[in-house]
Design a binder for this molecule. Structure first.
Ligand code: SAH
Length: 363
């Protein structure tokens, strides 16, 4: 004990400690801070409403708070922990942000416009450890998990890019990283996204996408909020899947489908399966027929994503003819199938094109 105290006193005390990231604070912590500072509890909902609904950029924007409170907040907290390193927009309404994190890590997140839908695609990790051979996000491995505050910050930064009459409607955890490898932080952020006092987005409009980690899928099914689950399948048999998605080696499709079925049984949420279509690799008629067998008795939607090119990778998007043939076998087999429209590829914002980008960001 003595020893420990001695060591502690050795740690230099900074006279200017970095203000805490407000978005990483739980509501309870915010209320505790308010009460410690002699503030009435109703300031809590006022602050949260500025952050989540009224799109404040700074404490100074919070015009119904006394100036002294705004100053105290600014002394102890910062709303943003990252800075926007670049912002790109495409003609189809897609916008991408590159964020510089406090530790210089970099992540990307995307806003997609489709009719009245305003969907955001959010990252869960800096990089990715899953190693899917066709995806840009894992090319340099994983650096670390994002905090719940950093996950929320992506949502709020994208929200602030909307026009005043636009509202966020959907969230997909389909950016960089494997959300189920960072489940507690992902859930903490999504709970705020769901809460009426937060972003107020129904869990029916929130999707967590996973490479397929059965124990984590089971953990998610025990969580009280039933979010939508999407499973990145990409191949109808283990031999091919392990080639495309190396983590499959120690898991296997049967285990993943069994966990997906348990998720469906517990939550009642229809499953989504994702399938990146790669020319000459997983786009054959035989693959399509095997997929029909796997999925026809499941209440699910199959989302086929024709491969989005990643610079430096040798894969190719299948021809229109093979895409059509593949699709016909699936629909004839009674599978609910959707072919994902390519969005944002001109700014490298399409599925699988998000990367850690250590190199300078270029237009
Ligand atoms: N790790 C999670 C979350 C990432 S989601 C997961 O694997 O589901 C990103 C989605 O885009 C996944 O379905 C992924 O397989 C797909 N994808 C990755 N690279 C792609 C590419 N080059 N073209 C099209 N889709 C790709």
């Amino acid at each position: 004990m003595q020893d420990l105290q001695f060591k502690n006193s050795d740690i230099p005390l900074s006279s200017d400690p970095q203000p805490k990231h407000l978005l990483a604070l739980t509501e309870t912590e915010l209320y505790a801070w308010l009460s410690e500072h002699g503030q009435p509890a109703y300031r809590g909902p006022q602050i949260l409403s500025w952050i989540y609904q009224r799109r404040a950029e700074s404490f100074d924007d919070m015009s119904n708070l006394p100036k002294s409170l705004r100053e105290e907040l600014a002394r102890d907290f910062r709303i943003w922990s990252a800075t926007i390193a670049a912002r790109q927009s495409a003609d189809d309404g897609t916008e991408k942000l590159l964020l510089d994190l406090a530790d210089r890590g970099r992540i990307e997140c995307v806003l997609l416009r489709d009719g009245l839908r305003r969907s955001i695609c959010v990252s869960s990790q800096v990089g990715c450890a899953m190693g899917c051979v066709f995806c840009a996000s894992g090319l340099d491995g994983v650096d670390r998990n994002l905090t719940s505050g950093e996950i929320l910050e992506q949502m709020l930064r994208l929200q602030r890019m909307l026009a005043a009459d636009e509202r966020l409607s959907h969230i997909v955890m389909m950016g960089m990283g494997e959300p189920l490898a960072n489940l507690p932080n992902v859930i903490a952020a999504l709970e705020v996204a769901k809460n009426p006092g937060g972003l107020g987005i129904s869990p029916r409009r929130i999707t967590i996408s996973t490479v397929g980690l059965p124990p984590a899928i089971d953990r998610l099914s025990r969580h009280q909020t039933p979010f939508n689950l999407a499973i990145s399948l990409h191949a109808p048999n283990d031999e091919l899947r392990t080639r495309l998605v190396p983590v499959n080696k120690n898991i296997g499709i049967d285990e993943i489908l069994a966990a997906a079925d348990r998720y469906f049984d517990t939550t009642g949420r229809r499953l989504t399966f994702e399938y990146v279509l790669l020319a000459e690799l997983n786009d054959s008629a035989s693959c399509a027929r095997q997929l029909v067998k796997l999925l026809r008795d499941r209440s699910s939607m199959l989302n086929v994503i024709p491969y989005n090119p990643v610079a430096g990778l040798p894969y190719e998007t299948p021809s229109q003819v093979s895409i059509r043939t593949f699709r016909k076998i699936l629909t004839d087999g009674g599978i609910n199938v959707q072919f994902r429209e390519r969005k944002g590829d001109r700014i490298q914002a399409a599925c699988g094109q998000l990367r850690r980008l250590r190199i300078p960001f270029q237009q």
